[in-house]
Design a binder for this molecule. Structure first.
Ligand code: NZQ
Ligand code: ZN
Length: 381
């Protein structure tokens, strides 16, 4: 294992009826800006639970943080927060609402800086406190210190790191109303979060290898069951917990990480509007094909331990494992090739150009340059 310094400060509050706890978690003297997305919380009863719990508290509301939150929208929330001199932010919704809120927390803490300039540094050194009621298991944003923000003007999408949410409330009942396609995207996202931290260098941590394999195996197991009944509380609890455990910075302790699929996926979202989880399903099989030699030992380990792929030569087992991972994404109803979404060489060329201009060296071995990313995209056509 490599040296590491780990501290995750989020208080995780999990279970039925826990949104009511907001009444105790937020003190009476605190002025809160509550942030929302496009209105799903009004249709599924979450908004009513939140406002009931916040009765008598000092709060205002900001609506309209969109999927793949844009800096253009978030600047409006920053202006409102500054004008109203809020002390704290509470995000109610999916990963986009919380990610956007993390940036708003940074831009309110440093009002002299433009929000996009903060994102471009990749760091949010100061933030006012923020917390969440998470309604979509996918990003792990509820228990991590990252956010991913889009800029419509430049068609770019970048991530930044800062503080962890003070607390996050996860009530699995809030997931009952999720559209099936959103669930499919989120299951792909959860699995690829694990892969980005697992399918790297072998022999770094027995515990974290099995942790990642456990979260992926659980997610693959529950996926078809959720399609049958997304109102099963225990099932949706597992789903919600898998998402948090996949990206709360636990699996990455002391091990190398990849993330090249995410970086390429972000470009597909920024340029072509592909939903985050689906962008990963479209790129990850290509990543494994192009980097199969480098990732050989881990692909074989995953194939054997999680998929039961034990027969044949090493090459045949690698092929079978990559095919099974792609088949899992397909079983969710997601595209696994760029061509299925009408994406062709123009986008491949533009992503290559951007990565070369940025001089990227992604992946666990820092060898995924613009040209290697291009090979991955070509393998994903
Ligand atoms: O906007 P509303 O009306 O709330 O509807 C949302 C949105 O349309 C809806 N939704 C959320 N909860 C619902 C619900 N609909 C019915 N019932 C519910 N309980 O779902 C739609 C998508 O929501 P969004 O928040 O965009 O999805 P997700 O949570 O997957 O977040 C995606 C964003 O997170 C970033 C992605 O890049 C993308 O921008 N990521 C953030 C990460 C992080 N912070 O660590 C890591 C991830 O890799 C990812 O990059
Ligand atoms: Zn992701």
């Amino acid at each position: 294992m490599q040296n590491f310094d780990f501290q995750n400060t989020t208080r995780l509050i999990f279970g039925k009826g826990q949104i009511a706890r907001l009444a105790d978690l937020i003190s009476d003297g605190t002025k809160v800006l509550v942030t929302f997305g496009g209105g799903s919380v009004k249709r599924n009863g979450v908004y009513q639970q939140v406002t009931e719990a916040l009765k008598g508290k000092n709060y205002i509301e900001f609506w309209g943080i969109e999927p793949n939150p844009s800096v253009e929208t978030l600047r409006k929330a920053v202006a409102l927060g500054l004008e109203e001199k809020v002390d704290m932010l509470l995000a109610v919704g999916g990963g986009s609402v919380l990610d956007g809120t993390k940036l708003v927390a940074a831009a309110i803490a440093e009002p002299q800086r433009d929000a996009w300039d903060i994102v471009k540094t990749g760091q949010m050194p100061k933030q006012i406190p923020f917390a969440s009621v998470m309604t979509l298991p996918a990003t792990g944003s509820e228990m991590n210190n990252g956010c991913v923000i889009s800029c419509h003007e430049t068609k770019e999408k970048f991530s930044a790191r800062g503080d962890y949410p003070v607390f996050s409330i996860l009530d699995p009942e809030t997931t009952y109303s999720l559209p099936p396609h959103q669930i499919a995207c989120s299951l792909a996202d959860i699995v690829v979060h694990c892969f980005e931290q697992y399918m790297t260098t072998p022999g770094q941590s027995r515990v974290l290898d099995r942790w990642a394999e456990g979260v992926i195996a659980s997610t693959m197991e529950i996926a078809p069951l959720i399609r049958q009944n997304q109102h099963d509380y225990d099932l949706m609890s597992d789903y919600m917990f898998c998402a948090t455990m996949a990206l709360n910075n636990f699996i990455r302790m002391g091990v190398t990480q990849d993330w090249c699929t995410h970086q390429i996926g972000h470009e597909l979202t920024a340029l072509c509007g592909i939903t985050h989880g689906e962008s990963l399903a479209m790129v990850y099989p290509g990543t494994l094909k192009v980097l199969r030699e480098q990732k050989k030992a881990k692909i074989l380990q995953f194939g054997e331990r999680v998929l039961g792929v034990v027969d044949g030569t090493e090459d045949a087992r690698i092929d079978q494992t990559i095919a099974a991972i792609e088949a899992f994404f397909k079983s969710l109803g997601l595209a696994t090739r760029l061509s299925e979404k009408g994406i062709g060489m123009e986008t491949v060329d533009e992503i290559t150009r951007r990565f070369n201009a940025r001089g990227v060296h992604l992946g666990e071995n820092h060898n995924v340059t613009g040209d290697v990313a291009r090979q991955i995209l070509l393998a994903s056509l």
